[in-house]
Design a binder for this molecule. Sequence first.
Ligand code: SF4
Ligand code: SF4
Length: 114
Amino acid sequence: MTRKLQKGPFQCRECGTCCRWPGHVLLTDGDIARLAAASGLPEKLFIERYTILAGNRRQLSLAEQPDGRCIFLKENRCTCYDARPNQCRDFPNGWRDTKGCPALEGSDKVQLKR
Ligand code: SF4
Ligand code: SF4
């Protein structure tokens, strides 16, 4: 997920690598409501157009483009940044694998929760 540059120890390089990693971007009900509103779509249509059933068969996940990129990644930029899912907002906390994130490599500040 491309993040806006931040002050402090974690400075996203906006490379878009984390938005290409395999795995699900799981969606909460709040994520869906926010993303649907930002997309100007009713939730039902947003779900049909932009989500898939996650592997756990209990949650929806963002759909991917044919090459595995997140459906909302365009030219290394998140096109739904202000409405992005909580999982993206929480990065890197809660992510099992952060390998390849240039902002985190060499950092000892990462604390993975699960
Ligand atoms: S929603 Fe945005 S930040 Fe999250 S994975 Fe997709 S492109 Fe990246
Ligand atoms: S991989 Fe790291 S540096 Fe690259 S967009 Fe994601 S958070 Fe930012």
